[in-house]
Design a protein around this ligand. Structure first.
Ligand code: PEP
Ligand code: MN
Length: 362
């Protein structure tokens, strides 16, 4: 058994039933008292929501967009709690936000993707929390860029404040250029986070990952199949008129429908056939490692020859040919082109590194 990184960390949000997944829902932004009360009332009636979310202070990518209603919205969240009994959550980006949220009786706070990117901002929030470590459940979204260490670092800063009710939210990672997603999920990153910190509650945000209503349900299903502990979904009583993130918000009744159809089966036991297949995979992996080790030995030998004969380590022509032939060969074997190119690029990078090290060593 591995030693947990944060042995005494506990989930920031507790689902209504002990075996259920967590559901956090509410609009991207608090826009008006009516919008907040109407949305929260419908979400409460759905019976599916554990925590009501609404952004008060909105970090917009470019100036000129709706930057949130500001502190006034905190009153509306207080009303939501009084009228529906739903606990409330909002985003904080500064120590001042933390203080105001505490005074307003907010239950849970979250650090947005842009805030997690910045250790100064995270530390400022952590310092404010150290005055009241038990006050909030705290959700740490992944940084906008795909940097797992930065995400873990932010969680660690919050943990070091003394807070213990901490969870992570995966909302995808920004990308330049076209993609079907607003922020492609890059599932291997949260999976790695879970591997390193199985004790951490991991919640998925299909709204900011997909950026489109149609992607909420399929992404949520994918997350459940990957074993995420819950979802945070943007829901607005009138999504088309939303002042921020209109394209990805869904109505409370759409949310209810999606959640009702999200059946997740309890994990079954691995079958005998799976055990057999796994042992064959173990065998193939050993062979693969053996082949990689042999390949490295050969590249080391070539490296020594390059050194003796004054030939530069990097040979772009050779690299091009190697890529082209191997990718074509892989494709014939039913292996994805992009996958093969990435694999070869990693192998090649390692060979170059070893050959350069060889030069340094002599
Ligand atoms: C949000 O949840 O409203 C938000 C701004 O999300 P993110 O930080 O993931 O972009
Ligand atoms: Mn949003």
């Amino acid at each position: 058994m591995r030693h947990p990184v944060f042995p005494d960390i506990i989930p920031a949000v507790i689902p209504q039933q002990s075996h259920a997944k967590v559901v956090i829902a509410g609009p991207c932004s608090a826009e008006s008292r009516n919008q907040i009360i109407e949305t929260a009332t419908a979400l409460k009636e759905s019976g599916k929501v554990d925590l009501f979310r609404a952004g008060i202070w909105k970090p917009r990518t470019r100036p000129g967009g709706f930057e949130g209603c500001g502190s006034e919205g905190l009153k509306w969240l207080q009303e939501v709690k009084a009228a529906t009994g739903l606990k409330t959550a909002t985003e904080v980006a500064t120590a001042q936000h933390v203080m105001e949220a505490a005074d307003a009786g907010i239950d849970t706070i979250w650090l947005g993707a842009r805030t997690t990117t910045n250790p100064f901002a995270v530390q400022e929030i952590a310092d404010a929390l150290s005055e009241m470590p038990d006050r909030f459940g705290i959700l740490v979204k992944n940084p906008a860029n795909p940097d797992l260490d930065l995400w873990i670092g932010a969680i660690q800063r919050i943990y070091n404040s003394g807070a213990r009710r901490i969870s992570a939210i995966h909302r995808g990672f920004s990308v330049y250029g076209t993609s079907p997603y607003r922020n492609p999920p890059q599932w291997h990153i949260p999976i790695e986070l879970h591997r390193k910190m199985p004790e951490l509650q991991l919640i998925f945000d299909p709204s900011h990952t997909g950026g489109k209503r149609d992607l909420v349900a399929p992404l949520a299903r994918e997350a459940y199949e990957l074993g995420f502990d819950g979802l945070i979904i943007e829901s607005h009583c009138n999504p088309d008129c939303a002042l921020s993130d209109a394209a990805q918000q869904i109505t409370p009744s759409e949310l209810k429908y999606i959640l009702e159809n999200l059946v997740f089966k309890p994990a079954g036991e691995p079958t005998q056939r799976m055990a057999e297949l796994r042992s064959r995979i173990d065998c193939l992996d050993s062979q693969l490692l053996e082949v990689i080790a042999q390949r490295m030995e050969l590249t080391d030998e070539i490296g020594r020859l390059k050194l003796d004969n004054g030939i530069p380590v990097l040979q772009p022509q050779r690299y091009e040919t190697l890529m082209e032939t191997r990718v074509a060969e892989a494709e014939n074997l039913g292996i994805d082109r992009k996958f093969m190119s990435s694999l070869l690029a990693i192998l090649h990078e390692e060979s170059v590194k070893r050959q350069l090290a060889l030069k340094g060593r002599l």
